[in-house]
Design a protein around this ligand. Structure first.
Ligand SMILES: [Zn+2]
Length: 334
């Protein structure tokens, strides 16, 4: 849908072109030629990162290029997915009426997740909880009995503590206190991540969950960084290409900023320009959830490479010395 912020391009009179128009790709490619080459990450052999997510597909829409970049730099990267995503619905009309989705959506999503993990080169584990679903209505219906977001914190955190003690990550990434998106499973993912980060190194806590291990740094993912959306929006408008961000940014600037959009400032920008295609491949693997022409693909990668070739994070805790801003999640650990 177009809104008033889609301005006509300057001078040439060509108007706004859709992002999938070949002219958009050409404009992006021209920009990319002027862009400095994306710096490679330092050798990360021997380092381990654990990213904690709520549902299969969250890992591909938040920080995916970062993970592919660290795998290429030699690190081990693992995603822990709290739930099976079985309360999700078929969000991609282009996927058609897949009979198997009605019979066994969780099974379909397991296959999609395995394909996404392969596209990123990461390791993957399920924490084994059931999806709480996104409650809608007034009054809100109760969450399904026994679902992830209804569990007490110790019960819900134990599998993650056990995983941290087994995989022994140096860095953990998760969502901020609002979940980064208003879904009860995302907020619960934040809560178990904080609990497990604090408890995993303490021999007194969760004594049945393995030998203590203390991760050294904790980050919140900042995929919806408003500064990033704004920069991409302005570059697209400047080039006369349809921006998918205009309506959202206009609403936010009118004071209709959603509660879940917190004010955490990004402290750490990981250069990921060479790994945007790996992210795309991972997102496309979640074919029942992600529309191939949808929001996540609306900005040509050449634009992203020129304007904002980073995945953004907020450093929440560090047991090692580091200086802000950072361009590496393992800064201080080598
Ligand atoms: Zn999710």
């Amino acid at each position: 849908m177009r809104d008033q912020s889609f301005t006509e391009s300057h001078g040439s009179g060509s108007g706004t072109v859709p992002a999938d128009d070949p002219r958009a790709a050409q404009a992006g490619a021209a920009l990319a030629q002027q862009a400095p080459e994306s710096p490679a990450l330092p050798d990360s052999t021997g380092l381990r990162l654990l990213a904690v997510h709520a549902h299969p597909d969250d890992e591909s829409s938040k920080g995916a290029a970062m993970m592919a970049a660290y795998v290429a730099a030699g690190a081990r990267v693992m995603v822990a997915t709290a739930t099976g995503g079985e309360e999700g619905s078929l969000l991609n009309p282009a996927a058609g009426e897949i009979q198997q989705c009605h019979r066994d959506l969780a099974g379909v999503r397991r296959l999609e997740m395995a394909e996404a993990a392969e596209a990123l080169g990461i390791e993957h584990v399920w924490l084994g909880f059931s999806d709480s679903g996104l409650p809608e209505g007034d009054p809100m219906p109760p969450l399904p009995y026994g679902s992830f977001a209804t569990l007490d914190i110790e019960h819900a955190s134990a599998p993650l503590v056990r995983l941290i003690r087994r995989f022994r990550p140096h860095v953990v990434t998760t969502y901020d206190e609002s979940g980064g998106y208003p879904h009860p499973d995302h907020i619960m993912t934040h809560r178990i991540s904080m609990e497990a980060y604090e408890a995993a190194g303490d021999p007194e806590r969760y004594p049945d969950c393995g030998e203590p291990w203390q991760p050294q740094k904790l980050y919140y993912d900042r995929a919806f960084n408003p500064a990033r959306l704004k920069a991409l929006h302005e570059a697209l408008v400047e080039a006369g290409i349809e921006s998918p961000y205009g309506e959202r940014l206009a609403r936010w600037e009118d004071g209709e900023r959603p509660d879940w959009l917190t004010d955490h400032q990004a402290t750490t920008q990981v250069p990921v320009g060479d790994y945007l295609e790996a992210r795309d491949a991972a997102l496309r693997a979640h074919r029942t959830q992600v529309e191939p022409e949808g929001f996540f693909f609306a900005t040509p990668n050449d634009f992203v490479r020129e304007v904002w070739p980073y995945d953004d994070f907020v450093l929440v805790d560090s047991k090692v010395e580091t200086s802000i801003p950072e361009d590496d999640l393992f800064a201080g650990l080598r």
